[in-house]
Design a protein around this ligand. Structure first.
Ligand SMILES: *[C@@H]1O[C@H](CO)[C@@H](O)[C@H](O)[C@H]1NC(C)=O
Ligand SMILES: *[C@@H]1O[C@H](CO)[C@@H](O)[C@H](O)[C@H]1NC(C)=O
Ligand SMILES: *[C@@H]1O[C@H](CO)[C@@H](O)[C@H](O)[C@H]1NC(C)=O
Length: 821
């Protein structure tokens, strides 16, 4: 079995060779003729020259009729050449299958003579079949955890050829991970085994595609291929891996619960459950929540920078196979301006003295803001306009000091509001109110409610009566404002003060210590002091003028007529030829009281010859009313009553002895007569006559009144005049009754004042009296009071202050006046 030339070249040579060999052995074995041919020779191909090999010549052939006897007509004999020819397809695999030797045996028959010859044709295998796998591709699954050296038996390929032409070997396409071993079974058939050379990594290459070659031993070799598809199955050989080892995030404080913070993410190169990662906190807390499937971290509650500034959390990622990875999450909390400043006041002064100098330290103010940065930088100020200010002393501490004058009397306390504002955006502020109390200092002197006081006290007051009250006030507090009163000085005689007045230290009420006498003391002045009880005390002085008012406690005193030095009554002479209106004499009386109480009027109580003399009501002048008649007695007696104007009025009486005579000698006998004791009989007669005269006068008055009334009804009322107390007149100056108008350029009034001793003051009344102004008189004490008023149609005696006015006289000739002085 050589090699090299083409298929048919090889068969041709053997055809030549075999008959030669057979002919060598035929004499011994003439019956068996053997041929050997390759399979699949084409129809008509010559297997061998059978006739020749049988020893038959070509001439004999038509007679011998050489032919093949066989069940299967594979061969035929050529009748011309005697050659054995292939008459149908010879497929060794079909005819013999896997038999190692395939021979076709049949008989060759020759006639004339009939003879049989055994023919054996051995059919040699030709490599006409390729190895074949049953499938064009195989699927194979190998776990990535398979160890190197692991073998996997693969499917075999089939090759119908036998021997060397059958499948000889398997080959694998080059692969770093796999190799192939061809193994032989006991029956000699070969099968491939896949060997794992290196560890597999699904994550690197999950799929391998290899080509398996099955090769036979023919010449040329034939091969069949199949694809080996190797799927690497996953093993949990990869732990999860976080994207970052450390996550950092900044989060504002006060975000609402549930705010996403960040999302951690881990990957696992494995697949399936091996790559399903669940996240969890290494140490679960109360602050953050972690979604186990998404890795999202959210807040559970509000965060407070002031509580925790930074969180560091360990997060675990666990895959389905139980492998764990960790990462750290660092959360920085960002400060927000969420804390108002807190103000604490450490009071140093409970009470601030009102005389505190500016910049007196009152309190320390401490500011605390839990925020940081600008959010914790605080400014402090005072609200409103107050006499205080805040001075920064050190970081977050301030001093509250005075800044201006304090006055407790004006503002006893201040409600000061301290506002602290931080510099956050928006700023937060807090207000703290403190009450500052101002302490009293004795800085106010007592002040009397009046600049000076003046009181009127009626004389003859009961001793111990309160006559006045002074009062002062002091706005200071406590003893500083507690006032006591005292009398400092007076214009009374030294040492006499305490017997006159006293003052209540508490109330300022001034008490009279004795009954005052207007006739002795008209007025006096006290200096009172109000003094507080501060230290040092402050005081104020005030003057109190006490005017002692008059009361009608003195009866008029008759100065003239007076009794002689020997107790005898004096008399006045009247010339016998005296005309009516002749001024005979004048009753002079004084009253120690003043004003109305000293305003005297004169009345005739009794006259021996009524109607002979007239008595001036105010003047006390006695004038003749008619000429002396023949029947009139030369000696006349007048009983005169002097009354003052007080209520009730007091009075005195005086008796006038009047003698009609032309000379003093003529009068004397009368006087001696008069010295005789008066007969009680004549006295009785006198009173009877007087009573009669009074009755007749009353009658006469009634008659005159009736006439006057009648006259008044018929004519218009005449200008009205009166000279009764109050001496007012409707028009014109007040004049004495006998004053004739126009004789003097001015009207004068005479004021007689008594201050211990009798004295006269002439006062000039207002010149323009005619125009209806009032007359004003002054007394020695300087008090002015109205003397007369002409503007009022009726008299008002009570409008006149009854002060120290004694008496008003009309003008008298100075010669007449000198009689009495
Ligand atoms: C995690 O997040 C997903 C998607 O948002 C949600 O459907 C799921 O309910 C969450 N799981 C938990 C435990 O909150
Ligand atoms: C200060 O505040 C107190 C308490 O609120 C109040 O009684 C007082 O009248 C206030 N004083 C002033 C001066 O406002
Ligand atoms: C009050 O009067 C007293 C005595 O005359 C005097 O010493 C004192 O200074 C006066 N006080 C005032 C405030 O005028």
């Amino acid at each position: 079995m050589g090699s090299g030339a083409g298929e048919w070249g090889w068969a041709e040579r053997r055809r030549v060779l075999f008959p030669f060999l057979l002919s060598l052995f035929c004499p011994a074995l003439s019956e068996q003729i053997r041929y050997r041919i390759p399979e699949e020779m084409s129809k008509g191909s010559v297997v061998g020259n059978l006739a020749k090999d049988l020893g038959l010549s070509v001439h004999e052939l038509p007679t011998r009729k050489l032919r093949v006897s066989s069940e299967k007509p594979y061969f035929a004999v050529s009748s011309e050449s005697g050659e054995l020819l292939v008459s149908s397809r010879l497929d060794r695999e079909q005819i013999c299958g896997k038999k190692p030797v395939c021979a076709l045996e049949f008989e060759a028959v020759a006639e004339n003579p009939l003879n049989f010859y055994h023919v054996n044709v051995e059919i040699e295998d030709v490599n006409d079949h390729t190895p074949k796998f049953t499938q064009t591709a195989f699927e194979l699954q190998i776990s990535e955890s398979a160890q190197p050296g692991t073998r996997f038996i693969l499917d075999v390929a089939e090759d119908a050829d036998i021997g060397a032409n059958s499948l000889q070997n398997y080959k694998l396409s080059p692969s770093p991970s796999f190799s192939l071993i061809t193994k032989e079974k006991q029956d000699g058939s070969k099968y491939p085994e896949l060997v794992l050379e290196k560890p597999l990594d699904r994550e690197q290459q999950s799929y391998h595609r290899l080509v398996l070659n099955a090769v036979d031993g023919g010449d040329p070799t034939l091969s069949g291929t199949t694809e080996l598809r190797i799927q690497i199955t996953d093993a949990n050989d990869n732990p999860p891996v976080f994207n970052q080892n450390v996550y950092r995030v900044t989060l504002r404080e006060n975000v609402p619960p549930g705010t996403p913070v960040l999302q951690v993410s881990a990957t696992d190169q494995d697949e399936g459950v091996n790559s399903e990662i669940t996240y969890s906190f290494h140490r679960p807390g109360q602050v953050f929540d972690l979604n186990s499937s998404t890795g999202e971290i959210t807040t559970l509650r509000t965060l407070d920078f002031e509580e925790t500034k930074k969180y560091s959390i360990v997060v675990e990622g666990r895959d389905g196979g139980g492998l764990v990875a960790q990462c750290t999450v660092e959360i920085d909390i960002q400060d927000e301006n969420d804390n108002s400043p807190e103000v604490t006041v450490h009071a140093l002064l409970e009470m601030i003295p009102e005389n505190a100098v500016p910049e007196t330290l009152i309190a320390l103010i401490k500011i605390h803001d839990q925020d940081s940065g600008e959010n914790g930088e605080v400014n402090c100020r005072l609200e409103g306009v107050v006499p205080f200010q805040i001075i920064s002393s050190s970081k977050n501490s301030y001093k509250l000091v005075t800044d201006g004058d304090l006055d407790r009397e004006q503002t006893p306390e201040y409600n000061v509001t301290i506002t602290a504002t931080d510099r956050g955006k928006p700023p937060l502020s807090s207000r703290t109110g403190i009450t500052l109390h101002i302490a009293d200092v004795n800085d106010n002197t007592p002040v009397f409610h009046q600049a000076s006081y003046m009181v009127h006290v009626a004389e003859n007051n009961p001793p111990g009566a309160s006559i006045a009250q002074v009062s002062a006030s002091d706005p200071d507090l406590g003893p500083n404002g507690h006032i006591s009163y005292s009398i400092l000085a007076s214009d009374l005689e030294p040492g006499a003060l305490s017997s006159y007045v006293s003052v209540s230290a508490q109330s300022g009420v001034v008490f009279a210590q004795r009954a005052f006498d207007h006739e002795q003391l008209r007025a006096f002045e006290l200096t009172l002091q109000a003094r507080d009880q501060g230290s040092p005390p402050l005081s104020a002085n005030v003057s109190l003028r006490v005017l002692v008012d008059d009361r009608n406690d003195n009866a008029p005193r008759v100065l003239y007529p007076a009794l002689g030095p020997d107790g005898s009554a004096l008399f006045d002479t009247v010339p016998r030829a005296a005309q009516p209106g002749y001024l005979v004499t004048k009753v002079v009386a004084v009253d120690a009281d003043s004003g109305h109480n000293a305003w005297l009027s004169y009345h005739v109580l009794q006259a021996s010859e009524p109607g002979l003399f007239s008595l001036g009501l105010r003047t006390g002048e006695v004038r003749t009313a008619r000429t002396l008649g023949e029947r009139d007695a030369t000696r006349q007696r007048l009983l005169v009553a002097v009354r003052d104007g007080g209520q009730p009025s007091l009075s005195a009486t005086a008796t006038l002895h009047l003698v009609f005579a032309d000379s003093l000698q003529e009068a004397l006998p009368d006087l001696t007569d008069r010295r005789e004791p008066s007969d009680p009989q004549t006295e009785l007669q006198f009173y009877l006559v007087l009573a009669l005269a009074l009755i007749s006068m009353l009658f006469l008055l009634a008659v005159i009144l009736a006439i006057a009334l009648r006259l008044r009804r018929s004519s218009s009322p005449a200008p009205w005049n009166c000279f009764q107390p109050g001496f007012c007149s409707k028009s014109g100056p007040v004049v004495p009754p006998n004053y004739s108008e126009g004789t003097l350029p001015y009207s004068y009034n005479l004021c007689v004042a008594q201050t211990g001793k009798t004295e006269f003051n002439f006062l000039k009344c207002n010149e323009q009296l005619n125009s209806g102004q009032e007359i004003v008189c002054g007394d020695s004490s300087g008090t002015l009071f109205p003397l007369c008023s002409s503007s009022e149609p009726t008299s008002h005696p009570e409008t006149l202050t009854p002060v120290s006015f004694v008496s008003v006289f009309s003008f008298l000739p100075s010669t007449q006046f000198s009689i009495f002085t």
